[in-house]
Design a protein around this ligand. Sequence first.
Ligand code: URA
Length: 216
Amino acid sequence: MPKFKEPDRDCDRCPRLRSFLLDLRESHPDYFNAPVPSFGDPEPKLLVIGLAPGMHGANRTGRPFTGDWAGDLLYKALAEYGFSNGKYDSRIDDGLKLKDTMITNVVRCLPPQNKPVGAEAAACRPFLTDQIASMPSLKALMTLGKISHDSTVRALGLKLKDYPFGHHKDYNIQNDIKLYSSYHCSRYNTNTKRLTEEMFFEVFADIRRYLDNVQH
Ligand code: URA
């Protein structure tokens, strides 16, 4: 059992997201339609922090990034750099296990049009703050996209002006913990070539090198 608190199934911190999920429980009763819990190693060295569940991905399956395009690329990268065991198959019962890694989202509920508003990121932030603080094994955080990056910087109690977002930037944030940022591995970003597989993998390669060399 994780030592940190995840939002309850009926979390009502964000009225807009709550009412969206309640409607979806009617229209898509076979979908998860609730805050999506973090997935992975309970004592991770790396925490990967996405934006929010996708409608037919995590919101359907109940596991972050599982079932949509962004997940195909993220789970491919995790396998490539030795952060998983087993084969990802876009189903929650694929038997995949993450190694030294956990995946979560800055906003745990599906937002309309995949766009959480600032108040929703703020309302969900205490869960991330608590999660990071409760994991002494952590050595690296990887944020996917600017919203994830900025919300994570705030969750750490740091100032955005000191830690501006950029693809493939990294910062020392505390003790031996590093913050790595990447463009989000969304279909839009990969279709427009803002993010290529190679660019994404280069960030993972750096994280792998860092984790292999840092003291544990
Ligand atoms: N699925 C998630 O769980 N998070 C994202 O940021 C995108 C897709």
